[in-house]
Design a binder for this molecule. Sequence first.
Ligand SMILES: [Zn+2]
Length: 254
Amino acid sequence: MECNVCKKDTVEIFEGIILGRYKVKYYFCPHCEHLQTEKPYWLDEAYKEPIAPEDTGILQRNLNNRVVTASVISCFYDGDKKFLDYAGGYGIFVRLMRDVGFDFVWADKYSQNLFAKNFEYNNDKIELMTAFEVMEHLENPMEELERMFSISPEILFTQNVLPLPVQRNWWYFAPNSGQHISFYTNKTLDFMAETFGKKHLCCQEYHLFTEKDIEQEAFEQVIKNSAHVYLQNAVDYKSRIASDMEYVINLKKS
Ligand SMILES: [Zn+2]
């Protein structure tokens, strides 16, 4: 099977059981270290429930992502510009970021927008895109990334990088949900960034594809000290809770 990232030949490394009944082959690319399943024919079934009830970490994760994202924006980006949470799920993160004061909008092909209604992406110019828990869902990462870069030149995302040598029982394969089909090492992510003329920075599970002059060390410092940076800088922004309410009330009137 051809690698969905670098297009070179992959090798089959093991077989897993997805959604409790589909025997599925996993292919590893020795060139870019991308790991992918065979062509995923089970996705309709896997996405019947876009956000799994087992996902008890959903709120804590959003709160953590808020602290990190607000810190990254306050240190490296123009906080007065527009931001997009790509594949934004129920809209929890967009609402949380607007609560701090950032003009975040929402987009998601699969999920219903519950918490950020009226703040959908509308072809606006985007300063930075966030994409949490997205990359492992992509069947064609390069095509999707091209689409994402056409919306925003900068992408902050989370990704648990694939540990080598590959262990077939790695928890992140999450075969019971059937939604995780693409896996990456830092080498894969470097390759992807370079293909699009970007730099790949990483710290813990946070990654940044950027064309800005941001040093790896500076990115690391901000991520590692984000709790502190957040508290120090968030006071500079004005919460949009009240102004958003007014905006939505006026929309209803008109
Ligand atoms: Zn490859």
